[in-house]
Design a protein around this ligand. Structure first.
Ligand code: SAM
Length: 178
């Protein structure tokens, strides 16, 4: 299975705590393997994500990386990776998603925060728009992954979870597994 790594750019502790947490939660819940966060170092955020994985399972991991150029360089060095930058200025997702899905290459999916430097537009293999209107890195990532997996990710089971939800018509039912 090709790996899916999300690169979250320009995290600012003061402003992006919630949004970056949501990017990480979406990345995990929608089938990515890892998130790499650049910008301000935020160990509390990494720890919160680790605790989510401990409770809810799966092999998702999160780490901080100071040098984002190094992330892209290393990813490309492997030779089997495709760099995908989500931006409203890119090609419409529906025009390229089949080609991306059919490729067996690992995927580095980049989402921004504030203004994204031209480097990313130039060095991405794909600049992809989830529609050409401005919205959010959280929604862009969720929709991209959902289209990539064609909705199957919403049925994934996460191994080694401590709890699991039993869907209910009304109310909440959670079972403890370990
Ligand atoms: N003004 C910023 C820029 O120069 O790209 C966009 C800021 S937006 C709040 C943060 C991130 O959300 C973007 O970097 C992009 O990854 C994602 N995003 C927002 N709208 C998008 C869209 N229509 N398609 C794909 N990604 C989008």
């Amino acid at each position: 299975m090709p790996r899916i790594i999300v690169l979250r750019l320009g995290h600012r502790i003061s402003r992006d705590k919630r949004v970056t947490t949501h990017v990480a939660l979406v990345a995990r819940a929608y089938g990515a393997d890892e998130i790499i966060i650049t910008g301000d170092r935020d160990d509390d955020l990494i720890e919160r994500i680790r605790k989510v994985v401990e409770t809810w399972g799966g092999d998702f991991s999160a780490r901080f990386e100071e040098n984002w150029r190094k992330v892209i360089r290393r990813f490309k060095e492997g030779g089997n990776g495709v760099v995908i930058h989500l931006t409203m200025y890119g090609l419409h997702v529906d025009d390229v998603i089949d080609e991306i899905r059919n490729s067996n290459r690992d995927k580095l999916v980049i989402v921004g925060a504030e203004k994204v430097p031209p480097f990313y537009y130039q060095n991405a293999d794909y600049n992809i728009a989830i529609g050409n209107q401005p919205h959010s890195e959280v929604s862009a990532l969720a929709i991209f992954l959902d289209k990539l997996y064609e909705g199957r990710e919403l049925h994934f089971l996460f191994p080694k979870s401590k709890i699991r939800i039993v869907p209910q018509k009304k109310g909440k039912k959670v079972v403890t597994l370990q």
